[in-house]
Design a binder for this molecule. Sequence first.
Ligand code: 13P
Ligand code: SF4
Length: 304
Amino acid sequence: MQKEKLIEKILKLKKKRKAIILAHNYQPPEIQDIADLRGDSLELSLKASKTDAEVIVFCGVFFMAETAKIVSPQKKVLLPVKDVPCEMAEMITPEDVLDLKNKYPNAPVVTYVNSYAEIKALSDICCTSANAVKVVGTLKENTVIMLPDMNLAQYVQRFYPDKKIIYHEGFCPFHHLLTPEEVIKAKKEHPKAVFIAHPECRPEVIDLAEYVASTSGMLKLAKELPYKEFIIGTEVGLLYPLKKENPDKIFYHPSPEKMFCVSMKKISLEDLFNALENLEFEIELPEEIIRKAQNAVKRMLEIV
Ligand code: 13P
Ligand code: SF4
């Protein structure tokens, strides 16, 4: 089908289904362009919790659509492609969480939203890359468990020298692969550019960053800072909205081949059309998991 025709059909179906389309900042350009809202994990969780649409079509990875279902269990939440796992979310099991809870029984469990519902259900509070520092700051305990991203946990630790952050050794392979050498090379090639890193990057990369931010945080910084050139330390998909919103600025990527999240690129306009036409693939979760995970997500949403 011709692209314009397909877009027209999607918009018509969206109205008929009383649906809203949400897209993460790493999604393919045509998906970002057709979405009602594009954003980082925090913005999308908030939007999902407030929408009065009957159907939420989530263009992102599986944990994001699950999060939308957790905050809106009465709504139909659809993921246009079934097989879109987050590799970081795959790195932790409920047994890992229970082991840590047994070892540190008085430590609250702070779980990054990049995790499955059953992990959130075992947690006290969730966080995103945009609010992790703030969330941990609200906890009175001195020992805190953070899951599943060791890089985010070590980044948060920098802000609280008096706290002990225990972490699970998970990571995002695409962010973790960025090396300090690649950043140093990019800085040498572009001496006027400022380097912004995502907190999922390894500590040695964070050490080289002028700024550390979530994906939407990066979009905000690029718009507001007076600089003209930026080196972007996150998944390569963010370059599309950065360039679109800032045509007068230049964005470089230090490792575009490695920092490419395969799951984030799987959804096409055809998939989006099929999702709305056939109401698939619906996210279904056991009530008990929803209830427990909801407490952790709601506690996060109350403080942002
Ligand atoms: P944010 O968009 O919340 O910064 O998260 C990045 C990410 O890796 C999402 O999968
Ligand atoms: Fe998960 Fe990394 Fe992909 Fe984000 S970029 S969805 S953390 S695998």
